[in-house]
Design a protein around this ligand. Structure first.
Ligand code: ADP
Ligand code: MG
Length: 625
């Protein structure tokens, strides 16, 4: 690939546990799933902070056991939520990193970086993961990438979607569109098995990932994808299955050793990694072992688990998945026999018992597994990105529509929820409903906007409120219109208008309660740049120190092998010895941060010139041994 790909748009599946990036390859007329530097198609959504550096992806996940407090994952669970959200309260008990309440009840992640305490928004952590995914794409495309389509779970509400856009902005990306993950998977699927049949085909998407569970019913007719209904669970996925296994082994360890590791984050983290591995293995074998050396107080842990036991531990959650499938079909008023294809998405959809229950539910129907479940979402996002960037000739023009995951409305007198846009309405959508004043001579109305399915308005989630003022004094029953508009990203705008006197009084709110302000985003973009600069500095220093280390090694070798090959004069030997001493002291100093990078680099250059002839000899010599 080359310069001609400049300006192309990528698709990013920003997962709770793993992320994936893909791009449309117009020459080959296919989607390329872009592999990271380790050669993996998926990258852990992890960010870690140490005294020296920031790590993102696998490097962050790999050091999680030794640096649990400063290794952040699951940012997607926090994004767009309040600190006081009960879901977060539960999650926090399992997280080894600290989360505190910030301004406006926004959760702040507390880490130690460069020896100092830092407070980070979930948007910042997600932006770091996005930066990483973008870098993976840039390396592959050999050109800068600025535009992206990012996917979110279907049930993400307004503020979660907006916060995801903010994360993209902080990462320096132009977020062209936010699309639902199951919709993206459906696009991928549609490309795979395109049919031009006249009759709509009903596709059921079952996405069981690491932290989230999403089901969607789509109908595809010709080029049109329509999302008929969605359902899901904010907290159901592979991590929950891991946790069940962790708890099971914590109990076993307690029985065997009389020690409780449940309060020890490091031990739990190491046990959890071993459990995740065991779980994956159990998808292809029926029994496996779980081993952790020196789990706690020097005691090794070794045990085994069967697939049957694993299934027993998680059966209630597996069944819940099937109940959700049923609920989604009920919402769409569709009988399961009308479903043409059932598509598996998400790493956890590989679990045999889950597949068995799902197949049983659909009366023995074959499940579609032709698209790699880890890649399907990024695949679809890449297609959507290509479509939106407009420069693509060979992508079939799919018209795509999503639905709202929750009902949206306002409260009536007596705290009654008045739904303006029912859930599962196709977006973009704009609906206006007329309301009346409830008191005589009322000059203003408080309009509260809620999302949710409860009949009592305040039992639903309050998205925001605003006052419509300037209503002329009149007996109660004075009319005003409230308009709800949702754009193609699922972002809501509510406006109200008073019309009786013909004098318009309009106010528009977007739900930005708890959202980062433009100024804050500006500041965070700058900070993101300084993080990148710090990462670069770290790499520069690490490279200089590696070079010095390399020289010391070669110099020592030169002195040692002198008698055999090199025939060094005593003057040369002296020079080498003193260079070794200086390089070693610089290296030690470098570790203690006592030296500027420039000093290290300058000395590397000096050595390079000084020892060029000798090094050439050594390299030649080493190539023979
Ligand atoms: P998300 O999009 O939610 O981040 P993914 O779709 O990438 O997640 O799925 C990640 C989850 O899938 C992890 O919990 C992982 O342990 C699980 N997983 C991956 N492969 C397997 C497998 N072979 N068997 C069971 N679970 C698996
Ligand atoms: Mg996913």
């Amino acid at each position: 690939m080359g310069k001609k790909d400049e300006g192309c748009a990528i698709g990013i599946d920003l997962g709770t546990t793993y992320s994936c990036v893909a791009v449309w390859n117009d020459q080959q007329r296919r989607v390329d799933i872009i592999h990271n530097e380790q050669g993996n198609p998926i990258t852990p959504s992890y960010v870690a902070f140490t005294d020296d550096q920031r790590l993102i992806g696998l490097a962050a996940k790999n050091q999680a056991a030794t640096n649990p407090e400063n290794t952040v994952f699951d940012a997607k669970r926090l994004i767009g939520r309040k600190y006081s959200d009960p879901i977060i309260k539960n999650d926090m008990m399992l997280w080894p990193f600290k989360v505190i309440a910030g301004v406006d009840d926004k959760p702040m992640i507390v880490v130690k970086y460069h020896g100092k305490e830092k407070h980070l928004f979930a948007e910042e952590i997600s932006s770091m993961v996005l930066t990483k995914m973008c870098e993976i794409a840039e390396t592959y495309l050999e050109s800068p990438v600025k535009n992206a389509v990012i996917t979110v779970p279907a049930y993400f509400n307004d503020s979660q979607r907006k916060a995801t856009i903010d994360a993209g902005t902080i990462a320096g990306l132009n977020v062209k569109r936010i699309i639902n993950e199951p919709t993206a998977a459906a696009i991928a699927y549609g490309l795979d098995k395109r049919s031009d049949c006249k009759k709509p085909r009903n596709i059921f998407i079952f996405d069981l990932g690491g932290g989230t569970f999403d089901v969607s019913l789509l109908s595809i007719k010709g080029k049109d994808f329509k999302v008929k209904a969605t359902a899901g669970n904010t907290h159901l996925g592979g991590e929950d299955f891991d946790n069940r296994m962790v708890n099971y082994f914590v109990e076993e360890f307690k029985r065997k050793s009389k020690l409780d590791i449940s309060g020890n984050p490091k031990a739990l983290r190491r046990l959890r990694s071993a459990c995740e591995r065991a779980k994956r293995t159990l998808s292809s074998t029926t029994c496996t072992t779980v081993e952790v050396d020196c789990l706690y107080q020097g005691i090794d842990f070794c045990s085994s688990i069967t697939r049957a036991r694993f299934e027993e531990l998680n059966m209630d959650m597996f069944r819940e998945c099937i109940e959700t499938v049923d609920r989604c079909l009920n919402d769409a008023k569709m009988d399961k026999s009308s479903v043409d294809d059932v598509v598996l998405v998400g790493g956890s959809s590989r679990i045999p018992k889950v597949q068995e229950l799902l197949q049983e539910f659909f009366k023995g129907k074959d499940l579609c597994k032709s698209i790699n479940p880890d890649e399907a979402v990024a695949y679809g996002a890449a297609v959507q990105a290509a479509l939106l960037s407009g420069s693509i000739k060979n992508v079939p023009n799919l018209v795509l529509s999503d639905v709202t995951p929750l009902s949206l409305g306002t409260s009536l007198k007596g705290d009654i929820m008045s739904v303006v846009i029912p859930r599962n309405t196709t977006i973009p959508v704009k609906k206006t409903k007329g309301y009346m004043t409830v008191k005589d001579n009322q000059t203003s109305v408080l309009i509260a906007v809620y999302e949710g399915e409860r009949a009592i308005a305040s039992d639903n989630n309050l998205l925001g409120s605003f006052v419509l003022s300037g209503i002329p004094r009149a007996p109660r029953g004075n009319g005003h219109d409230i308009c709800f508009a949702i754009d193609e990203n699922g972002v809501l705008t509510v406006s109200a208008k008073e019309q009786t006197t013909g004098s318009k009084n309009e106010i528009t709110i977007t739900n930005d309660k708890g959202r980062l302000s433009t100024q804050e985003i500006k500041r965070l973009v700058q900070e993101a740049e300084s993080y990148l600069a710090e990462d670069k500095q770290f790499l520069r220093k690490a490279n200089a120190m590696n070079s010095l280390d390399d020289y010391i090694y070669k110099m020592k070798k030169a002195l040692k092998n002198d008698c055999i090959n090199l025939k060094l004069s005593s003057k040369e030997k002296e020079k080498i010895s003193s260079a070794i001493t200086k390089a070693t002291s610089l290296l030690d100093g470098g570790n203690n941060k006592a030296y500027e990078i420039q000093v290290l680099e300058d000395y590397v250059k000096e050595l390079e010139i000084m020892f060029k002839p000798i090094i050439a000899k050594i390299d030649l010599f080493s190539s023979f041994y």
